[in-house]
Design a binder for this molecule. Structure first.
Ligand SMILES: [Zn+2]
Length: 355
């Protein structure tokens, strides 16, 4: 799922294309894409408004419209946005279209249909987005932006020390920090040499500082590299390259870039979690309650002299591969398939008339 760097990249790509454009209408192919309105109500509310700005808060795109309205777009798992001529061929996976008065369209393509579009008023008192005046804001419970220059180490420490629980679920918790998801939580924890199951309360001041620094460094580098194009993520100006710089995410069984031992995978709160059990230690006292999670560990296949027949990947055409090799080959094929899918989408969506 796109995280802070990916959504930030989409916002930056859309901004020059959309700022100043007038909205001529909206079409909705999958009504549940709309979070706040029915299709007719949405189209009526946005038609004639000017797009003032395109920004991001947490993992949501925020499109500011004239007259104090704002549209949010949550890409969720497979959402993609393209600005194309209205003459571009139809695509069955486009769920929502914003029609512009100059003949272009903002198309929201979303294979899995989890993406959501909302339309809100900006509350003059709180600055938050609300469905109706005095209502609860969309971002009322959302934590601070980790890349905000005003978000300092003291703020981070104060928030960390007020929390219980383990580091991985905490980093994914949007009320703790905004915009961090599975990829960058794993990368930041590896870079900070902190085990994903470390209790937040066990961190020493130096650990807290490393985590603060690495969360910001990893996210900052990912924004510079236009995000990680794993799965279906792409942006209007093209794929990101951060996936080439990921050290542990989806690299189960590969050598840790720091110590050479194999990257492990465990499942924490139903999310795959990648780490190096040598560089990211968990003290015996901190394992209490973590035993069941640690039993789910994979990727630590000890090197063998040769594969056993019983271990050969059945039906994988992979005779001679150890299970770790086969799993690596499979994940490489998955990566290539996702890249091919993104390229095909881009060709289909923009046959020479991306505008
Ligand atoms: Zn290591």
């Amino acid at each position: 799922m796109p995280e802070l760097p990916e959504v930030e990249t989409v916002a930056r790509d859309l901004r020059p294309r959309l700022a100043g454009a007038e909205i001529a209408g909206a079409r909705v192919a999958w009504a549940r894409t709309l979070r706040t309105h029915d299709p007719d109500g949405f189209a009526t509310a946005v038609t004639g408004r000017i797009i003032d700005a395109v920004g991001r808060r947490a993992k949501l795109l925020v499109v500011e419209l004239s007259g104090g309205l704002a549209m949010t777009i949550h890409l969720k798992m497979t959402g993609q946005l393209f600005v194309v001529s209205s003459a571009a061929p139809a695509d069955p996976y486009v769920r929502f279209v914003l029609e512009l008065a100059d003949g272009r369209e903002l198309r929201f393509r979303d294979i899995r249909k989890f993406g959501r579009v909302g339309l809100y008023e900006r509350d003059a008192a709180t600055g938050d987005l609300v469905v109706e005046r005095g209502g609860v804001g969309v971002f009322a419970g959302t934590g601070p932006e980790p890349l905000d220059p005003a978000f300092g180490i003291r703020d981070f420490r104060r928030r960390l020390r007020s929390r219980r629980g383990r580091l991985k679920p905490l980093l994914l918790d949007q009320t703790f920090l905004a915009g961090v998801g599975n990829i960058y939580a794993d990368e930041a924890l590896w870079a900070a040499r902190l085990h994903p199951l470390r209790p937040a309360s066990s961190l020493r001041p130096a650990d807290e500082k490393r985590l603060y620094d690495e969360v910001r460094r990893v996210l900052g580098e990912a924004v510079e590299r236009r995000g990680s194009s794993v799965d279906d993520y792409t942006a209007p100006d093209g794929d990101g390259s951060m996936q080439e710089r990921l050290r542990v995410y989806q690299r189960t069984g590969e050598p840790c870039p720091r110590c050479g031992r194999r990257i492990r995978r465990i499942v924490v709160g139903a999310r795959s979690t990648h780490f190096c059990s040598w560089c990211q230690r968990l003290r015996a006292a901190e394992r209490t309650g973590a035993a069941a999670i640690l039993r789910s560990i994979s990727g630590g296949e000890p090197a063998r002299r040769g594969p056993r027949w019983s271990d050969l990947a059945a039906g994988d055409g992979a005779a001679g591969l150890t299970p770790a090799d086969a799993s690596r080959a499979r994940s490489e094929r998955t990566r290539q398939a996702a890249a091919t899918r993104r390229a095909a989408t881009r060709r289909a969506m923009t046959p020479g008339d991306e505008v």
